[in-house]
Design a protein around this ligand. Structure first.
Ligand SMILES: NC(=O)c1ccc[n+]([C@@H]2O[C@H](COP(=O)([O-])OP(=O)(O)OC[C@H]3O[C@@H](n4cnc5c(N)ncnc54)[C@H](OP(=O)(O)O)[C@@H]3O)[C@@H](O)[C@H]2O)c1
Length: 266
């Protein structure tokens, strides 16, 4: 049987794990990459740090050597950084971009020649609602996903002639390991942002704890991969979160901003 092969980064937990489990059940050969390199049993785990160029190129070369193909990639590895923009050190800000933006770029760079040589492929990039709507006290997380949105949109024009299709998946709040692995920026004792920061971060953590199950994103990704003409963007999650994306794109920004404040906790 002609089984298609997908590489999923960030497969050891949450959304990536749910996608790896679902797609392997649906007949895909799944290679799930993460720093831990754990496997879900039904699919193959591989250790890969998307922050590290050598690790990514070695990992993808290994997949190609073993399977001879990469039909699709879900570039999904990521983590969150929370704190005021002013108090975020350049080191922390760079680290956030390194994984969430440059990590996805590294994987795409390594895999595109393989896809072009085989006559096509699918690139699915895990963005976020925070990649369309700026999230207060997550400025660099939002920046990393806004960057991914611009990159994916531009890339799509370039690779379409090679039958490579790009989709940005924009999840709302999901209950995963994301909340636990969020890094908080260090703050001074006399922190002028303390009250606002604690309120906004508290609200976002509550929303994630009550978030949808990551299997919902897996269903969306499965649909994207099966579509003959995959969408450029697709959202996943609760309706009241996804409606924010439509509102941001349709209504005057000042009106949107006023309405968004309470759900953003500011
Ligand atoms: N949960 C949400 O509410 C939500 C909403 C919108 C978007 N997202 C996005 O969804 C994606 C997955 O997040 P999640 O919610 O599933 O969180 P999660 O449960 O914490 O999973 C994150 C995954 O990324 C991997 N990872 C982190 N840094 C990595 C690196 N440098 N190299 C390779 N793998 C790395 C982690 O594995 P290791 O630690 O083993 O490396 C883990 O498998 C992220 O891009 C996130 O921004 C999440």
């Amino acid at each position: 049987m002609d089984k298609k092969t997908i590489l999923i980064t960030g497969a050891s937990s949450g959304i990536g794990l749910a996608c790896a489990d679902r797609l392997s059940q649906r007949g895909w050969t799944v290679i799930g990459a993460s720093r831990r390199g754990t496997s879900g049993g039904a699919w193959q785990g591989v250790a890969m740090d998307v922050d590290d160029e050598g690790s990514v190129s070695e990992g993808i070369a290994g997949v190609v050597a073993e399977h001879g193909r990469v039909d699709a990639v879900l570039a999904n590895a990521g983590w969150g950084l929370a704190g005021s923009a002013e108090q975020t050190s350049m080191v922390d800000a760079h680290a956030q971009m390194e994984t969430n933006f440059w990590g996805a770029v590294r994987v795409v760079h390594a895999v595109l020649p393989v896809m072009r040589a085989r006559g096509g492929g699918r690139l699915v990039l895990t963005s976020s609602i925070g990649g369309v709507i700026g999230i207060p006290f997550q400025a660099f997380y939002s920046a990393s996903k806004f960057a991914l949105e611009g990159y994916g949109e531009a890339l799509a024009y370039e690779v379409e002639p090679f039958n490579v299709h790009v989709t940005l998946v924009e999840p709302g709040n999901f209950k995963t390991g994301f909340t636990r692995s969020r890094r908080l920026v260090s703050v001074p004792n006399d922190d002028p942002y303390a009250g606002a920061r604690e309120k906004a971060i508290g609200l976002m953590e509550r929303d994630e704890e009550h978030g949808a199950a990551p299997g919902d994103v897996a269903k969306v990704v499965e649909r994207v991969l099966a579509a003959r003409r995959p969408p450029r963007r697709v959202s996943a999650g609760k309706f009241d979160e996804r409606i924010g994306l439509i509102a941001k794109r349709l209504i005057p920004f000042r009106v949107f901003e006023r309405a968004a404040r309470s759900s953003l906790g500011v």
